[in-house]
Design a protein around this ligand. Structure first.
Ligand SMILES: Nc1nc2c(c(=O)[nH]1)N[C@H]1C(S)=C(S)[C@@H](COP(=O)(O)OP(=O)(O)OC[C@H]3O[C@@H](n4cnc5c(=O)[nH]c(N)nc54)[C@H](O)[C@@H]3O)O[C@H]1N2
Ligand SMILES: Nc1nc2c(c(=O)[nH]1)N[C@H]1C(S)=C(S)[C@@H](COP(=O)(O)OP(=O)(O)OC[C@H]3O[C@@H](n4cnc5c(=O)[nH]c(N)nc54)[C@H](O)[C@@H]3O)O[C@H]1N2
Ligand code: SF4
Ligand SMILES: [Mo]
Length: 685
């Protein structure tokens, strides 16, 4: 059966053939990375959950339970929390890996069955800065407003804070083709990653200074006469302010701020300007900062000044990360959102969605707290006393994780629906075992805005239920009379109605069209419409149709280095593991390849600290400490260290990270904070 990989936003095609209790994977045309190849190993793994668990009392052990007992316990707990604390006393936390159907129904569950405003999801930790940057520039957020195939013919690609050779390996084939077609690639990363290795030019920026870099590139583009004045006049507003804002970003000053040399800055601008069709793509390295939205704006400004967005084959885009990172941010699991990318504070949107849901618009709650703010407020923090968590593992992946863990521990009731006993599920009072990707139908929307059908290839094992069944079972126990269908196709048809007329309009997309192999990118308002692979060709989605320049400047560092914490810590990914590692650490082939976290540091720094390659050290920040082995490499800047975040316990990168949030997107500053490294003898002294 043809299906799609469960992991990242590339959603690679694969064929699954049942074999024994599991399945054999074959790659589709685009190929698979090693996570995709090994993904079926978790389907018949003894490490997956196959029956519900409940905990007796606060400190009891988890024990096996029936579904009825588990769901009754959840419904009772939710009712009790709301009786004493009001509707918002029950929270919901979702995930960008959930299908469109699940994300939609989870949002409906929170707003209709619980009437709670307390819902948000882990996508906040992922693309929310790009989302906010795109909305303010273009009036619409579809990560890539053009199809992936456009990469093949791009004359120049400026890739900022993406290591796609390890995070989306099949895309590298496109970059090879782009090179063969005469294109150039500029990679901005504090590390010489395999992606940077493939570049024409690598700008080894100091973490957190991409905004200054973008303004510096724009300064040079102006100075060297590469600005597209005709495009600016015809298609944009706000250029004068931006031009003034970058007038002090002269190269020597930018070199000091970013660590990128003046000749490299000039070369980058020349490569961009020489290309017929250039593209600026940002990813988490640029976006996961306390000024991530402004950083995105700075790169959008550069793209606009060069006349790129809305021209075929060119533009600005964000490389969305999670399996359904695009669709998951459109259908209502965000605190401020209704399906179809509608706003919860917009009366017309409330009226439309309330009509689809058969409720009074006045019964819809107001917007709630963002992901970290929600986690931070749990339990004794004055927020929800009970939480339903579906599709995330914040004990490992949330910033300042020890603090988040203590908040989760202070809840009266934590309910986790998962496929494995993640670190967060292990803390829960009720654990609900759910079906995996290949065991249920569903749609995802990939990083280019294309809606894809993921087919059910196998039966789920007895004892597990789908997420849709879980929500339906709880809604019914809570006495909710609104519809909670359990058939994915029915949920999708309801989502189509709810999204109809909204910015992310799915009304014309059907299971039948998708099953017939149609390539449909939203918006797709009618069954007769072909979808929209390329946005903004005629006009942007702003009221006047013009893209908006936004003047931004590099803020001082949220956490400057000092004598106690003299190093810049950044975090990210390795090729073998996915996110919190809950799934991939349970796949032997992957955990064999990459068994533990590490701290990557430059030989100069290793020498100064007197640590050897492979030595166990303590990495600490103002939040806490982690214990990992060193990996000495001249691929990283000497002032910067890197720790991947896929591991749990005392190897957790997020014991170290800061909870400084971007004021607009509420994105945490995962990508830079001040740190120190100590040898163990000193650490233990
Ligand atoms: N193997 C693997 N693939 C994945 C995932 C995974 O967990 N594992 N997750 C998926 C998801 S959800 C996402 S969001 C994507 C993420 O995909 P990427 O954005 O490619 O991943 P990261 O490793 O988080 O960050 C990319 C790079 O940013 C660099 N960086 C760090 N700080 C800075 C900075 O201040 N400026 C700049 N310019 N660069 C910086 C890091 O050195 C790193 O090489 O990957 C998706 N694919
Ligand atoms: N330090 C640091 N921290 C980071 C980042 C970073 O770069 N650095 N990146 C951030 C980013 S970009 C992201 S996206 C987050 C991701 O971090 P998490 O939200 O923790 O992501 P996952 O590990 O994908 O968690 C998904 C959980 O849901 C389960 N699951 C999978 N599919 C389903 C399903 O269909 N239904 C249910 N009920 N459960 C399912 C999995 O088993 C797993 O336990 O981490 C963020 N945290
Ligand atoms: S690149 Fe992403 S979607 Fe493709 S196989 Fe790897 S993890 Fe799966
Ligand atoms: Mo992500």
């Amino acid at each position: 059966m043809q299906t799609r990989c469960p992991y990242c936003a590339l959603q690679c095609a694969m064929t699954l053939t049942p074999a024994g209790a599991g399945a054999v994977v074959e790659a589709g045309d685009g190929g698979l990375c090693r996570k995709g190849w090994t993904s079926a190993a978790l389907l018949d793994s003894p490490r997956r959950l196959t029956h519900p668990w409940v905990r007796d009392g606060r400190h009891g052990r988890l024990r096996e339970a029936t579904w009825d007992e588990a769901l009754d316990r959840v419904a009772d707990g939710f009712r009790r929390a709301q009786d004493s604390g009001g509707y918002d006393a029950v929270g919901v936390f979702g995930g960008g890996g959930l299908t469109n159907e699940k994300a939609y129904l989870l949002g409906k569950f929170a707003r209709v069955a619980l009437r709670s405003s307390s819902i948000d999801y882990n996508g906040r930790f992922c693309m929310s800065s790009a989302t906010a940057g795109a909305l303010r520039a273009f009036g619409l957020d579809r990560g890539m407003p053009f199809p992936l195939v456009d990469l093949d013919d791009a004359g120049c690609i400026l890739l900022v804070g993406s290591n796609l050779a390890e995070t989306m390996p099949p895309v590298m084939q496109r970059l090879v083709r782009q090179r063969e077609n005469g294109g150039t690639l500029i990679v901005v990363d504090p590390r010489r990653t395999p992606t940077a290795d493939a570049a024409t030019l690598h700008l080894q920026v100091q973490p957190g200074t991409d905004l200054a870099l973008a303004n510096g590139l724009l300064f040079l583009a102006i100075e060297l006469g590469h600005v597209d004045e005709a495009y600016i006049a015809a298609r944009t507003t706000g250029w004068g302010d931006v031009r003034r804002a970058v007038s002090a970003s002269w190269p020597a000053q930018v070199e000091r701020a970013t660590g990128v040399s003046e000749p490299d800055l000039r070369r980058a601008v020349q490569l961009l300007a020489a290309a017929d069709r250039a593209m600026v793509l940002t990813a988490r390295g640029a976006e996961q900062h306390a000024h991530g939205v402004d950083t995105v704006s700075a790169f959008v400004n550069l793209a606009l000044a060069l006349g790129l967005p809305g021209r075929p084959g060119a533009g600005w885009g964000c490389l969305t990360g999670q399996g359904n990172g695009q669709g998951g941010r459109e259908h209502g699991q965000r605190a401020d959102q209704l399906p179809g990318y509608r706003r919860l504070d917009d009366p017309a949107a409330r009226a439309h969605v309330a009509a689809v849901w058969g409720i009074d618009p006045d019964d819809l709650p107001a917007p709630g707290r963002s992901a970290y703010e929600l986690l931070e407020a749990l339990g004794s923090g004055g927020g929800p006393r009970a939480l339903l968590l579906m599709g995330s593992n914040p004990v490992v992946s949330a910033p300042r994780a020890a603090h988040v863990q203590s908040r989760l521990a202070s809840l009266d009731l934590l309910v986790v629906a998962d496929v494995v006993l993640s670190e967060t599920a292990a803390m829960a009072d009720v654990v609900l075992p759910v079906a995996q990707w290949a065991e249920e139908d569903g749609t995802t929307t990939d990083l280019q805005g294309r809606v894809l059908l993921r087919r059910r290839a196998l039966d789920p094992p007895p004892g597990v239920r789908t997420d849709l069944h879980v929500l339906a079972g709880l809604a019914q126990r809570l006495g909710c009379t609104a519809t909670f269908p359990v058939e994915p196709r029915e949920v999708f048809d309801e989502l189509r109605l709810a999204s109809s007329g909204g910015p992310a309009d799915y009304a014309g997309i059907s299971y039948d069209r998708l099953a017939a192999g149609e390539a449909l990118h939203w918006p797709c308002p009618l069954e007769s419409s072909p979808g929209t692979p390329r946005l903004f060709l005629e006009r942007f989605a702003t009221p006047d149709g013009r893209a908006r320049f936004v003047a931004v400047s590099q803020p001082p560092s949220a956490e400057p280095v000092d004598e106690d914490f003299p190093l810049l810590l950044t975090t990210g990914r390795v090729a073998a593991h996915y996110q919190s590692g809950a799934q991939t650490r349970r796949i032997d082939e992957l955990s064999g390849d990459a068994p533990a976290a590490f701290v990557e540091l430059h030989p100069f720094l290793a020498e100064r600290l007197d640590v050897a390659d492979g030595e166990r050290v303590r990495v600490s920040t103002r939040r806490g400490e982690a214990f990992v082995r060193t990996r000495v490499s001249s691929d990283i800047r000497p002032d910067t260290v890197f720790v991947p975040f896929h591991w749990a316990g005392r190897q957790r990168a997020n014991l170290l990270t800061s909870d400084a949030l971007d004021p607009t997107s509420k994105m945490p500053a995962f990508k830079v904070c001040a740190a120190r490294i100590d040898r163990l003898e000193e650490a233990l002294r």
